[in-house]
Design a protein around this ligand. Structure first.
Ligand code: 26Q
Length: 780
């Protein structure tokens, strides 16, 4: 590998901007360092061992800031720091460069962690996705309300990408034809030995503009087709829950699915191989149902271009593809209108029908009774059920945490589990410790490394060796010092960014994740209100002062979620303006929560809030990041929380609330209003929504929240996520944790136990399991 030198950087700056390191702007410097670094690894991107590879098909990659992670993995971060320092420039300057946010939340961030881990573990994995012109919206808070702005991330260029004109492919829709142009980003493994690629497709017109129309001075007509083509990859849909049958969304899905397959087929041919052997050379992982249209598309290509029979092509698809499910929420499952699908993808639809017919035959052979056929049907009631196609036409379906996989098998998809038990498997999610510990928390990293060496950077299970330091007073003290330092840093950052001062002697209680009813930020808010009244009334004594930190984006059209943001900001105001209580409590809703913000909040957290209704959060990965950085979890028995406390010990965390089985049992007779009437503490916090205590400035948002708890709505029963059921247990558990914090040594010990047992939540472990158990890539 070539190394980065100040000479290379100077040369780039001179050639491109006529400047030097000293005179260049931050952006120019960023471009120079990035481009020079890219030059050091680019040759490795395009080397191919000829062995079997895997492809990760994902509509989202939530990468975050690229430069530090890349320089770190290349082993060049200190070199660059020094080069810049010599000219009086801080490496931290690059924090001005915005995140690459081509994803919504967990699913997109998981994809990014997997790429980092695969390259580090020498697993040949290519990422395929969409190069959205605008990533996830920027959030600002105006009077406590969320407002959205465009994320124009390419504004200053994109120095980490290489446009590959020679790999352009054509994409045919019912009503238009476009070019898909690939942009490649290097995925640099730790140590710099392996460099994989993330290939993102951009939609462009086949001809730049209509020359004749332009000549006739019909200017907008002249660029109409161009805009229509560019529309396809223009925006990332900011929803991460409810499915909406939008034509453009289907076009996005087909764009990257078809382009990626054409790319792979072309690569096989260039290597002198036959596309019918694709299963020998590639395994393709479908990240949720978003790329599932790749299944009929591959079959179409094999039948129409390689002249295979349909049944042979279907068998090949089954061998090549595997499907990961990330949610069991029924409203999130993708089902396309047949009419829309046919209009957008007329050449693909016949293959969906054939897959469905093949399924029907198969079910007949398996003696599935007539009345059960509907449950399986890929096409039913004029809808195409993408998850069903994904299960039928792949060899593997996995959930993302143990409890989630069990729910898939026994509750969500039992009919499929009955006929294909061997296809179901679990791959508990993970996170990359390079970004979430080594880079985000250098102080803790150094402390750990002085005790157990640096092996944990590529083998996180080595953290277990920290357990022996449980009784080591000095180490526990150092752990506390690091936490305090990270809290001070976060407080300074929040003051600079939000203009809000926080007391760093307070407990930092953190809930950071997308805003969703099932994640129950509203439960957290209610509990804060309860504590507020408890302190005022004298019911709660000796309360250890706490700052509640929230970070969350709500989908722009999700009215109720936006109401919760406003509510939290109102509670914040209520407490701030109360001179008695504001000595004990503070609520901060930070704006524009994203990967980079998470990298500052996670190391500073004392308490990690993971309070989803049992059975709703497939896994969660923020829970793992916080654990790894020594936060104690207050959580329900849901998603990966279950495995976290299995590893770290329930006694070192705070588990509360109804379990999946409890909820199943009471579901039919659940009556939140009765609970509210019975318990005055519930009543007070719920009534605060509508009795004038809190103000929503005439938007009716709070009334709507109130109704959601007490009355429900046409599509929801009252209190659909069981806030009232878990409320008292949650408040009590929080108070118990609060009292434990009076003993800092005890907390440090619990914190240590969490760090020491976070080893199995490395995405290195996860991706190796995919490689060995699903893709059959073996060890290397
Ligand atoms: C679907 C159709 C139309 C538009 C958007 C979407 C869409 C987009 C994103 C649907 C879902 C998503 C994202 C889902 C997601 O992030 N799920 C999370 O995945 C994590 C990684 O496995 C888990 O840890 C979380 O529990 C799960 O919520």
């Amino acid at each position: 590998m070539n190394r980065i030198t100040s000479q290379n950087i100077e040369t780039f700056l001179l050639q491109n901007y006529g400047k030097s390191i000293k005179t260049a702007s931050t952006i120019e410097l960023y471009n120079a360092v990035s481009r020079v670094a890219l030059g050091c690894v680019a040759d490795k991107m395009y080397s191919n061992s000829g062995k079997k590879r895997a492809g990760y098909l994902s509509a989202e990659y939530l990468v975050g800031r690229v430069i530090y992670a890349n320089l770190y993995n290349m082993g060049e971060i200190d070199t660059v720091r020094k080069i810049l320092e010599e000219k009086g420039i801080d490496l931290e300057k690059f924090e001005e460069i915005e995140d690459l946010a081509l994803g919504n939340g967990g699913l997109g961030r998981l994809a990014a962690c997997f790429l980092d881990s695969a390259a580090t573990c020498s697993i040949p994995l290519d990422g395929y996705g969409i190069r959205y012109r605008y990533g996830l919206f920027k959030q600002s808070l105006v009077d406590g309300f969320q407002t959205e702005g465009a994320d124009d991330w390419q504004r200053f260029g994109d120095p980490w990408s290489i446009r590959r004109e020679e790999d352009v492919v054509e994409i045919v829709f019912g009503d238009q034809e476009v070019k898909a142009v690939p942009y490649d980003m290097p995925i640099i493994g730790y140590g710099g030995d392996m460099v994989n690629t993330l290939r993102l497709w951009q939609s462009e017109p086949k001809v730049p503009f209509d020359f004749i129309a332009f000549n006739d001075e019909k200017y907008s007509d002249a660029v109409k087709e161009k805009n229509r083509a560019e529309d396809i990859s223009r925006i990332l849909y900011p929803k991460d829950d409810t499915y909406e049958g939008k034509k453009l969304r289907l076009k996005q899905q087909y764009l990257f699915s078809s382009a990626s397959l054409q790319d792979i087929v072309r690569k096989l041919k260039r290597a002198g191989r036959s596309p019918k052997d694709i299963g020998e050379y590639y395994s393709l992982q479908l990240n949720d149902t978003h790329p599932v249209v790749a299944i009929p598309e591959l079959i179409r290509i094999l039948v129409e271009e390689e002249e295979l029979s349909f049944s042979t092509a279907l068998k090949i698809a089954e061998k090549v593809f595997a499907y990961t499910n990330h949610t069991i929420m029924p409203e999130a499952l993708e089902k396309w209108d047949v009419k829309l699908f046919k209009a957008v993808l007329p050449k693909v639809y016949p293959y969906v029908r054939k897959i469905n017919s093949s399924l029907k035959n198969q079910l007949k052979k398996l003696n599935i009774p007539q009345e059960e056929l509907k449950k399986y049907s890929i096409i039913e009631d004029n809808k195409i059920f993408m998850a069903r196609m994904a299960i039928y036409a792949t060899h593997s379906i996995n959930g993302v945490a143990q409890i989630h996989t069990e729910i898939l098998k026994n509750t969500a998809l039992p009919e499929w589990y009955k006929i294909y038990p061997q296809r179901f498997n679990n791959k508990t999610n993970g996170i990359t410790q390079r970004r979430w510990l080594a880079l985000a928390n250098q102080e803790l990293s150094s402390l750990i490394s002085t005790k157990i060496g640096e092996g944990w950077i590529t083998d996180l299970s080595q953290l277990k060796a920290l357990e022996k330091l449980k009784g080591d007073e000095e180490f526990l003290h150092q752990l506390r010092e690091v936490k305090q330092l990270k809290k001070n840093q976060l407080a300074a950052y929040i003051e600079k960014n939000e203009g809000i001062k926080i007391d760093t002697s307070f407990i930092f209680d953190v809930q950071i994740k997308r805003l969703h009813e099932y994640k129950r930020q509203l439960l957290n808010a209610f509990s804060i209100l309860d504590t507020y009244y408890g302190i005022k009334e004298g019911r709660i004594k000796d309360f250890k002062p706490t700052v509640y930190i929230f970070g969350a984006k709500a989908a722009p059209g999700y009215f109720r979620a936006k109401g919760i943001i406003k509510l939290i900001n109102e509670i914040s105001r209520l407490i701030r303006e109360d001179p008695v209580v504001n000595k004990f409590m503070q609520v901060v809703f930070i704006s524009n929560y994203n990967v980079s913000y998470a990298e500052k909040i996670v190391p500073a957290a004392d308490i990690s809030e993971q309070i989803s209704t049992a059975g709703t959060e497939a896994s969660g990965t923020g829970n793992m990041k916080l654990m790894l950085n020594g936060a104690l979890t207050i959580g329900t028995y849901d998603g990966a929380n279950v495995e976290i406390v299995q590893q770290a010990g329930e006694e070192n965390n705070y588990i509360f609330g109804a379990r999946v089985e409890d909820i199943a049992e009471i579901e039919a007779s659940y009556n939140p209003s009765a609970l509210i009437e019975k318990n005055p503490r519930l009543k007070v916090v719920v009534e605060a929504l509508i009795d004038g205590t809190l103000r929503d400035e005439g938007t009716e948002m709070f009334q709507e929240l109130y109704d959601s708890i007490t009355e429900g709505a046409s599509w929801h029963k009252p209190d659909h996520y069981y806030l009232m059921l878990d409320f008292i247990d949650y408040c009590d558990t929080r108070l118990r944790a609060n009292q434990d914090f009076k003993d800092p040594r005890l907390i440090a010990e619990k914190s240590l136990m969490n760090i020491a047992n976070a080893g199995s939540f490395s995405s290195d472990r996860t991706i190796k399991q995919y490689a060995e158990e699903i893709w059959q890539l073996g060890n290397k």
